[in-house]
Design a protein around this ligand. Structure first.
Ligand code: URA
Length: 221
């Protein structure tokens, strides 16, 4: 895929290896790298890859991805202009049964939200991306990305569509806990693009957030 920025950003392989090692044993599969240039207009922080992303190896390439690309287009941005990542980089799954057309019941994997332990396992990866890329604006998509960065009390329903200037959380390995950065970041929370499928009235709120975001682009550094 062509990336429009100067250089495509890649986290160090050692950190990928560490993330894979730490998440080993949890019910997750695959690993999707963050994607985008070193100098993106914004960084998008989602939840975790789903079934589609594990197949393509590219974040947000399923149904939610289509929705997200439409929002980006609406603010004059393309996938190549932004850095897309998530709290967890492997697909968290759970087993469930599905009834086939012929009535046969089959076992299959379903996407699920990542657990706190899985988020901690991959925290050093997101920390490094933020540290290296230093995006002018971080757009969190849904509660998982938002809470990973500003804490478990933050709720997208309360904070969406508002620019927040705040320290963010990073994983402190030595003390085995999240700590706040000294530096302040610009965070713009909005809904996860998939939320409109489960809760259609959210679409209007989400679209309004993206209109506000358009006004902010270029104004924050
Ligand atoms: N949700 C995410 O957070 N990331 C993806 O890549 C897909 C769905």
């Amino acid at each position: 895929m062509k990336i429009r920025g100067d250089f495509v950003y890649k986290i160090p392989e050692e950190l990928v290896a560490l993330g894979k090692e730490r998440i080993d044993g949890y019910p997750v599969e695959g690993f999707v790298w963050g994607s985008g240039p070193e100098n993106p207009a914004i960084m998008l922080v989602g939840e975790a890859p789903g079934e589609n992303e594990i197949e393509t190896g590219i974040p947000f390439t399923g149904r939610a991805g289509k929705e997200l690309m439409a929002s980006l287009q609406g603010v004059g941005l393309a996938r190549e202009d932004v850095y897309i990542t998530s709290a967890v980089r492997s697909r968290p799954y759970k087993w469930g049964t599905k009834k086939k057309r012929n009535g046969e019941m089959v076992e299959r994997k379903y996407n699920r939200a990542p657990t706190k332990k899985e988020i901690i396992a991959h925290a050093p990866i997101l920390d490094k991306e933020i540290q290296d890329i230093h995006p002018p604006l971080i757009v969190t998509l849904g509660n998982v990305g938002l809470q990973r960065l500003i804490g478990p009390k933050a709720k997208v329903t309360e904070l969406h569509g508002v620019l927040i200037e705040t320290p963010i959380l990073y994983w402190d390995d030595a003390n085995n806990c999240f700590k706040e950065t000294d530096e302040v970041y610009h965070i713009f929370p909005t809904f996860h693009p998939a939320s409109v499928f489960y809760n259609p009235p959210v679409r209007e709120l989400k679209d309004e957030d993206w209109r506000r975001l358009k006004e902010l682009l270029g104004k924050v550094e």
